[in-house]
Design a binder for this molecule. Structure first.
Ligand SMILES: [Zn+2]
Length: 313
């Protein structure tokens, strides 16, 4: 039995078909973890979809209404880059419910072990969603919804987002702009989508083709700087698989080993600082989908490893 639940739902996959976003990855990740014997059926937990009230903690009522009714205009659909369907809207609601649940489990498991705990959503990380519109395959910002939900319940005051997707976390940065209670860190390829990058609390801009060594060094420096400026009570880790060298939408050059080092750095620091972490997956567009699945599974394994180090410490 794993030291934390893996949150997922068959509804995470809106069946986008031949779309560049491989929505079937959610099912494949589960299948991989099961077939390797790394996880058993009892390790998985299904979330409830986030309610309208949850989404309205972050999103404009008009956006949520248009999503529900299917009345997005042409420009809104162009920006979202995902074909409209009720199933798609439900997938985003479930992902937000999954990240809320991961956040709650991270906090509750951390409460019993001096702060460090992990909640793991095998999905979510839709960091390009803004309060009033969606972008880049992201309609609902599950990261922001989960943070606002914990704040509303007075479980935390201050949160940090550590966004390691290859693309800038523009929606998250915009949602939390000027909010002293949420620190947003984004490490991303500078010359890539999105064109306009609203400032995060800390942006680590990487040139094209950055490799393992420089990535891990810059991330490590950024994390220490961030934690010197801000003391979070809770962290959301956005563990995008797209910094991988064979990604079709990313232009960084990390290897699988480099991505593992990244995961270990984030979990190791959270353990050292006694911070609860909710994990989300975000992007991953490797030429071979099996690689995206491997990278995401490796993040699960790094999280389990950090909890095992914990029990040995
Ligand atoms: Zn991405």
């Amino acid at each position: 039995m794993l030291p934390f639940k893996l949150i997922c739902h068959e509804g995470y996959d809106p069946n986008l078909g031949a779309h560049v976003f491989p929505s079937q990855k959610y099912r494949l990740i589960q299948e991989r973890l099961l077939s390797e014997g790394f996880a058993g059926p009892a390790d998985f937990l299904r979330p409830e979809p986030a309610s309208d009230d949850d989404l309205l903690l972050v999103h404009d009522r008009g956006w949520i209404t248009r999503l529900k009714l299917g009345t997005l205009d042409y420009l809104e659909l162009m920006k979202l880059e995902v074909p409209y369907s009720r199933q798609m809207v439900e997938a985003f609601r479930l992902a937000a419910g999954g990240t809320i649940l991961a956040a709650r489990l991270a906090l509750s498991s951390g409460a019993g072990s001096g702060g460090f705990g992990i909640g793991f959503n095998l999905g979510g990380g839709f960091h390009h969603a803004f309060a009033g519109h969606g972008e880049g395959f992201c309609a609902i910002n599950d990261i922001a919804v989960a943070i606002r939900k914990l704040q509303q319940a007075r479980l935390i005051e201050r949160a940090m987002v550590i966004d390691c997707d290859a693309h800038h976390g523009n929606g998250t940065a915009a949602i939390f702009a000027g909010d002293p209670t949420v620190f947003t860190l984004s490490i991303h390829q500078l010359h890539n989508y999105p064109d306009i990058k609203p400032p995060s609390s800390l942006d680590i801009d990487l040139e094209d083709g950055v490799e393992d060594g420089e990535y891990v060094r810059r991330l490590g420096e950024g994390l220490y700087q961030a934690l010197g400026r801000f003391q979070p009570q809770f962290v959301v880790y956005v563990a995008g698989a797209d910094p991988y060298r064979e990604d079709q939408l990313g232009g960084l050059s990390l290897t699988m080993e480099g991505l593992k080092s990244r995961d270990r750095l984030v979990f190791g620091l959270a353990r050292e600082r006694r911070l609860p972490v909710a994990v989300t997956f975000a992007g991953g567009y490797a030429a071979r989908i099996e690689d995206t699945v491997t990278i995401h599974c490796n993040t699960v394994k790094a999280a389990v490893e950090s909890m095992c180090n914990e029990s040995r410490a």
